[in-house]
Design a protein. Structure first.
Length: 291
């Protein structure tokens, strides 16, 4: 079961091209730091700007490093059910341990449409599927009832939730009963509170920068040692807060550049961090003791 600190890996670029060597170094750093899993080709990885060939090479590059040591989950959601199935089948072929599927964006499906989308995907692949509820990006929120219904499908194994609703883990655990279903937050600032409400971890932006501390915090939560978990979470709060000062992953790439992990280069339509936001990220990095 996917749980703990799962890093939503950034995609490094160099002169417009994917920097695979740097990507593999970031992957290795996360494995050694104790991250519990990795997400490749997600929103933090600028998936919307990647070609199909780049996606496949990134998945393979990650596999070369992880070698089954920790789960590799591939972001494969699109606004088309057919394309989502195609991306997910390719991820399965390349050895992914699961796929993370955002609700179809732009076309605004109904709750029934969302269910049928995931049912079609469920019937097309044989690896774990994790729902990704991110209404700020997709303009669609999966209802608790739809999540509970989708969770009955054989390959649906969990949820990444970015609704900000801290009552959701409690309500879903009640609806699902004893069914094995992982609830993860995609909002670093809520990571501690989400776990205390019944969640099992986070798909994290901040863990790109401090993978060891994020993993330690989640380990304490999994051990029900919430006092130690809160101490780490409190320390990281300045960093969590500033990771959304501009569109993800602009701030996290700049933060990584400050510790010489990669270039802050983005792909259009995203651009590098603006001066006032740079000052905020630098201040947070200093407060946490990283620079």
């Amino acid at each position: 079961m996917l749980k703990g600190s799962i890093t939503a890996l950034v995609t490094p670029f160099k002169n417009g091209d994917v920097d695979y060597d740097t990507f593999q170094k970031l992957t290795e750093w996360n494995v050694k730091a104790g991250s519990h899993g990795l997400v490749v080709c997600g929103a933090t990885g600028e998936s919307a700007t990647l070609t199909d060939d780049e996606r496949n090479k990134l998945i393979s590059a990650c596999q070369e490093v992880t070698k089954g040591k920790i789960p590799l989950v591939v972001g494969a959601g699109t606004s088309s059910t057919h394309k989502t199935i195609s991306y997910s089948q390719q991820a399965q072929k390349l050895g992914a341990n699961g796929v993370l599927i955002a609700t179809p964006y732009y076309n605004k499906p109904t709750q029934e449409g969302i269910y049928q989308h995931f049912k079609a995907l469920n019937d097309a692949i044989n690896i774990p599927i994790y729902l990704y509820n991110v209404p700020a990006r997709t303009v669609v929120n999966i209802s608790d009832e739809t999540i509970a219904r989708v969770a009955q499908l054989s390959n649906i194994k969990g949820l990444k939730d970015c609704s900000g609703d801290l009552t959701r883990p409690i309500k879903l655990n009640g609806l699902l009963g004893k069914k094995d279903f992982t609830q993860l937050t995609g909002e670093d600032e809520l990571a501690y509170a989400f776990n205390t409400s019944g969640g099992q971890g986070a798909i994290s932006i901040t863990s790109n920068i401090v993978p060891e501390l994020c993993a330690q915090m989640q380990n304490y939560c999994l051990q029900n040692n919430y006092k130690e978990a809160l101490a780490i979470h409190s320390k990281l709060m300045p960093l969590h807060a500033v990771m959304t000062c501009e569109s993800n992953p602009i701030p996290v790439k700049y933060a990584l550049s400050l510790i010489d992990k990669l270039s802050p280069e983005m792909r259009l339509p995203l651009v590098e961090l603006q001066p006032t936001s740079k000052a905020r990220v630098e201040a947070a990095m200093k407060q946490v003791g990283l620079i």
